[in-house]
Unconditional design. Structure first.
Ligand code: AMP
Ligand code: GLY
Length: 439
C-alpha cells in the first residue's frame, strides 16, 4: 500500500515510525513532515491546508490510504474533499468527515452531542451576541471557579479557568464583543469547573466497532510540578495506575460506547481516532473534551505500546472490520519527555543545530522529532517542541529516567525539558494514584 501521512509533529513521526514497520506499507510519504519523518519515508513539501495539492499528489503517486494527523484539516473538511472528487474518492481516508470533526471543532456541538446522548460532562450553557445579557447573568450567579471556552479551534488557547466573576465577565466580553479568538470565540460555552485527575483515552473506530488503545496522561504546563504557561504538551506517560479494569469498564459503558452509538444515531460518518479528554471526579469519569485525532505527545507514548500492525488496523477501520481485531498491547510502561526551544511557549528562536541524534542509540528508547528540519548535513530546530523522547520501562519511573538520560546525551542551544514527567506515579508504591485535583 502507498500511504500519505499528513502533519509534521512528533505525533506524525511516531505514526511514520509505526507505519514504516508494516509489511503492507510499500511507500510512505509525509506532508510536510519533519527531519524525523524523513528517516521513515519521503517528506513532501505540501501544506496540510493545501487540499487540491494533496489530492493531486495522491493521484500522481497512486496513494491508497491517507492518515490525517492534526485536527485542522479534518475540521476544515479534508475527508469530504477527497470523497467528493472522483480522482480521490477510492482512497481510504483515516479521520472523520467535516460534520463529525465538529466534536473537536465546536465545543457547543460537542456539549450538545453529549447532552443528547447522556454522556457525562460538566454542566454548561452557551451564549452569543444574541443572548449576551443572559450570559452575563448566568456568569454572575455561577459558582467559582468557572470555565469560559471559545466555541471553535483556538490553538489550545480558548479555554479560561476563572477564579472570580470579574475576570470571567471580562473574558466573556472579550470573546463575544471584541473577537478575542476571532470567529472561533463569537460563541462561548460557560461551564462548571470539574476538580479531579485528567486522563486521555483513545479509540480507533470504524463508526460501528472500536478498538481501545492504551490510555495516557499528558503534562501541559511548561514548568516542573505543573506550573507556568500551557504548552502543546511537555510529556506523557502510559499506562496509568489509576485506570483499573473497573474504571476502564465505566469509561467504555458510559462514554466510549454511547459516543459511537451517538455518532451512528446522528448519522455522523466516522472512521478514525477519537481522543477522549476525561477527568475522574469522585471515582467517576466525565468528558472534558473530544478530539477528532490522536494527541501529541500522547501518540509518542501510546503507539510504541501497540504491537498490532498499524496498516492492518487502518485497513480494518476502512472495511468496518474492527470487531475482528485482537489488540496486542506491550505491558511495559512508556514515558515521553519533550525537549523544547528556550522561551517556548512564548517567543523562541529556530535554526539551532540538534547535536547527538546519530551517535546515541539506546536500547528501549526512541527519539521522535517534532519541530526539526534537515538543513544541508545538519538537523536544526524549527519549532517550539523539538524532540519527544520515549522510553520503555518496567514502570513509569524507570521509563522517565531513561528518557531523561537520553536527553542528557542530546543538545541544542537553550534546550529545555521537564524531568518530572509522571511525577504523581513515580513514588515507591507503583500502584499509587495521584491526588484528586487538577488545580
Ligand atoms: P480543552 O481545550 O477543552 O481540553 O480544555 C483545556 C484544559 O482546560 C483541559 O485539559 C483542562 O485542564 C481544563 N478544563 C477544561 N474544561 C474544564 C472543566 N470544566 N473543569 C476543569 N478543567 C477544565
Ligand atoms: N496533548 C493534547 C493534545 O494533543 O491536544
Amino acid at each position: 500500500m502507498n500511504i500519505l501521512l499528513i502533519g509534521s509533529g512528533g505525533r506524525e513521526h511516531a505514526f511514520a515510525w509505526k507505519l514504516s514497520q508494516s509489511n503492507s506499507c510499500s511507500r510512505l510519504f509525509i506532508a510536510p513532515g519533519n527531519a524525523g519523518t524523513a528517516t521513515c519515508g519521503t517528506n513532501i513539501d505540501l501544506a496540510t491546508s493545501d487540499f487540491p495539492g494533496l489530492a493531486g499528489f495522491c493521484r500522481d503517486e497512486k496513494i491508497d490510504l491517507v492518515l490525517v494527523g492534526p485536527e485542522e484539516p479534518l475540521v476544515n473538511g479534508i475527508v469530504d474533499f477527497f470523497r467528493q472528487d472522483s480522482m480521490t474518492s477510492h482512497i481510504i481516508m483515516i479521520g472523520p468527515g467535516k460534520a463529525a470533526a465538529q466534536l473537536e471543532g465546536s465545543k457547543a456541538f460537542a456539549k450538545d452531542f453529549m447532552k443528547r446522548h447522556s454522556i457525562p460532562t460538566a454542566d454548561y450553557a452557551e451564549f452569543t451576541a444574541e443572548n449576551y445579557s443572559s450570559g452575563v447573568d448566568y456568569i454572575k450567579s455561577h459558582a467559582l471557579p468557572i470555565v469560559i471556552k471559545a466555541d471553535g479551534l483556538a490553538a489550545g488557547k480558548g479555554v479560561l479557568i476563572c477564579h472570580n466573576h470579574i475576570e470571567a465577565l471580562s473574558e466573556y466580553e472579550l470573546m463575544i464583543n471584541r473577537s478575542k479568538f476571532g470567529e472561533a470565540g463569537k460563541k462561548v460555552v460557560v461551564e462548571e469547573f470539574l476538580d479531579g485527575i485528567e486522563l486521555s483515552v483513545f479509540v480507533l473506530t470504524d463508526g460501528e466497532h472500536y478498538v481501545l488503545l492504551p490510555e495516557a496522561k499528558d503534562y501541559k504546563r511548561i514548568g516542573e510540578g505543573d506550573t507556568g504557561l500551557n504548552t502543546g504538551g511537555m510529556g506523557a506517560v502510559s499506562p496509568l495506575p489509576l485506570v483499573t479494569p473497573e474504571f476502564m469498564q465505566k469509561i467504555r459503558d458510559r462514554i466510549i460506547e454511547p459516543t459511537i452509538r451517538g455518532l451512528q444515531q446522528d448519522q455522523l460518518e466516522y472512521r478514525g481516532f477519537i481522543f477522549f479528554g476525561l477527568i475522574r471526579v469522585n471515582g467517576e469519569p466525565k468528558v472534558i473534551e473530544y478530539n477528532c485525532r490522536m494527541g501529541d505527545p500522547e501518540t509518542e507514548a501510546v503507539i510504541p505500546r501497540v504491537e498490532n500492525d498499524l496498516v492492518e488496523l487502518l485497513v480494518a477501520t476502512s472495511q468496518k472490520r474492527l470487531d475482528e481485531i485482537d489488540m496486542q498491547i506491550d505491558p511495559r510502561a512508556t514515558a515521553t519527555v519533550v525537549a523544547v526551544s528556550g522561551g517556548y511557549p512564548g517567543h523562541y528562536e529556530k535554526g539551532k543545530a540538534v547535536i547527538g541524534l546519530d551517535g546515541h542509540a539506546l536500547e528501549g528508547t526512541i527519539v521522535f522529532q517534532s519541530g526539526t528540519i534537515a538543513e544541508d548535513d545538519a538537523i536544526v530546530t524549527n519549532g517550539g517542541r523539538v524532540l519527544a523522547v520515549t522510553s520503555y520501562g518496567e514502570n513509569i519511573n524507570e521509563a522517565v529516567e531513561q528518557s531523561v538520560y537520553m536527553l542528557e546525551q542530546l543538545h541544542f542551544e537553550d534546550m529545555y525539558y521537564r524531568s518530572d514527567i509522571g511525577y504523581e506515579f513515580r513514588g515507591s508504591d507503583p500502584e499509587a494514584t495521584a491526588p484528586e485535583t487538577n488545580e
